[in-house]
Write a protein that binds this ligand. Structure first.
Ligand code: T4K
Length: 414
């Protein structure tokens, strides 16, 4: 532990481990000069949006990297999900996990499609393919699984179950750009996949997203719908919306892509530092990446077993937060416990026992290029110390000892 293990925890009035907060999701920034020069070219050209050359270049680069025929860049991942599911005729009911960012469900509900929440398998973070059959009804029109944390879900089995019902599958791969499954890049599975290039993502275009697919008809339709349904200047042939990516976003996206190798390498080093630091901490399990595959290592996720650590996830979050470690409880409490789903399906949790258990113990920790290995080492040392002192901390929490309390914390000064 820093300062020889004698420091009092900040939650009890000690000096925080970090002077400034360390966040999950601080953007990776590529080569600024390249970005400025691209922005300069945009201003000179005066083509700011509506299908400029940088968006076209970004789309070509993504399609090439992923190994698909088509990429349609979008204003963000949520709109990309809305457009592609609509283009595929998703309606009525769609099977999707609750263990995801709420955008996955919202993209459906926004179109009056009911997200039918599928539980995760015990101990897993992804939709359990074995449960899909129980959820299929005559109203089911598709499946929207999520490649959470950039780790692929059980893609083969999901596609095989979907095939039995002749149902389309769109993968929400918002986290999974640059990752692979069985040696093939994520982006090339199902009818289509969606990436997010939001600021907090591994590769960012400030805001942004993309639909990737090998289906030319689908790509054409998605492109139409993303630009009000315009075919040419004055002809509108389809209902549409504005989902376009701007040139300045593409400039950032292209610049990010040029640094992709550096970002992965940095994330990988941090991941290994977390792995080394948490390896022997009882009750704390780091969610591992399969390094035989391509990974972006963008999310550092731990599961706490409260029976061993004595402190709950919420308490750990509070302790870390006081130390200026802004961990997140992604995606607590689960989409099914957020509005409007909570009101629509008040008992959904009964069908999602594994999701509920998982959400009670998952924490996401800071990484990315703004976080150094030395900082990771301090974070893991702190977690180890908290767990070591778990029983006495838990007593203090139960006694309602408030944060930043000024009196000495003997238990944590060991
Ligand atoms: N599907 C999945 C599975 C997703 O995870 C997401 C988005 C989507 C679909 C939809 O894609 P988009 O429509 O967003 O393209 C963030 C992001 O807003 C969201 O994109 C992302 N998932 C989700 C996992 O995380 P918040 O509410 O956690 O963001 P926020 O504003 O708290 O930012 C996180 C931290 O990042 C901050 O504490 C500070 C730091 N940060 C953030 C921004 C935006 C910066 O340092 N600079 C910044 O510019 O949702």
């Amino acid at each position: 532990m820093s300062e020889g293990g004698t420091r009092q925890l900040a939650i009890f009035g000690g000096r925080p481990t970090f002077a400034k907060p360390l966040h999950v999701g601080v953007p990776n920034i590529g080569d600024r000069e390249r970005l400025y020069s691209r922005i300069d070219s945009i201003l000179t050209r005066r083509v700011l949006t509506n299908g400029g050359p940088l968006v076209a270049e970004f789309e070509a680069r993504i399609a090439d990297l992923v190994g698909v025929r088509h990429c349609v860049a979008m204003s963000n991942g949520t709109v990309a999900l809305e457009i592609v599911t609509r283009a595929l005729g998703f309606e009525q009911e769609v099977i999707t996990p609750s263990m995801t960012f709420v955008a996955t469900s919202h993209a459906l509900q926004w179109q009056q499609i009911t997200p039918v929440f599928c539980d995760v398998a015990p101990g897993a973070h992804h939709l359990d393919p074995a449960r899909i059959k129980d959820l299929v009804t005559p109203r089911t029109t598709g499946i929207l699984p999520v490649n959470l944390w950039g780790r692929p879900c059980n893609i083969d089995t999901i596609l095989s179950v979907a095939g039995q019902y002749d149902m389309p599958v769109v993968f929400d791969s918002a986290h999974a750009f640059g990752c692979s499954y069985k040696g093939k890049m994520i982006g090339g599975f199902g009818q289509a996949e969606v990436f997010s290039f939001h600021a907090t993502k591994f590769i960012n275009s400030f805001e942004g997203g993309a639909v990737v697919t090998d289906d030319t008809g689908l790509a054409d339709k998605v492109r139409l719908m993303q630009n009000f349904g315009f075919q040419g200047r004055d002809t509108v042939v389809h209902v549409g919306i504005n989902g376009k990516m701007t040139e300045i976003e593409a400039a950032m996206g292209l610049t990010s892509l040029e640094s992709m190798g550096t970002f992965v390498e940095h994330n990988r080093r941090n991941y290994h530092a977390y792995k080394a630091g948490l390896h022997r901490v009882p009750g704390v399990e780091l969610i591992e990446y399969d390094e035989g595959e391509r990974c972006n290592f963008q999310y550092i996720v731990i599961e706490l077993d409260e029976r061993i650590t004595s402190v709950t996830c919420g308490q750990m979050l509070e302790i870390l937060s006081a130390e200026n470690i802004d961990a997140r409880r992604y995606f607590y409490p689960g989409c099914h416990r957020m509005e409007p789903y909570r009101s629509y399906f008040p008992n959904a949790g009964l069908l999602l026992p594994n999701t509920e258990t998982l959400l009670s113990k998952v924490l996401t920790l800071p990484t990315g290029t703004s976080v150094s290995v030395e900082q990771v080492e301090k974070i893991t040392a702190l977690i180890a110390r908290v767990v070591e002192n778990g029983p006495s901390l838990s007593v203090r929490f139960r006694a309602g000892i408030s944060r930043k309390s000024s009196y000495a914390n003997a238990a944590c000064e060991a």
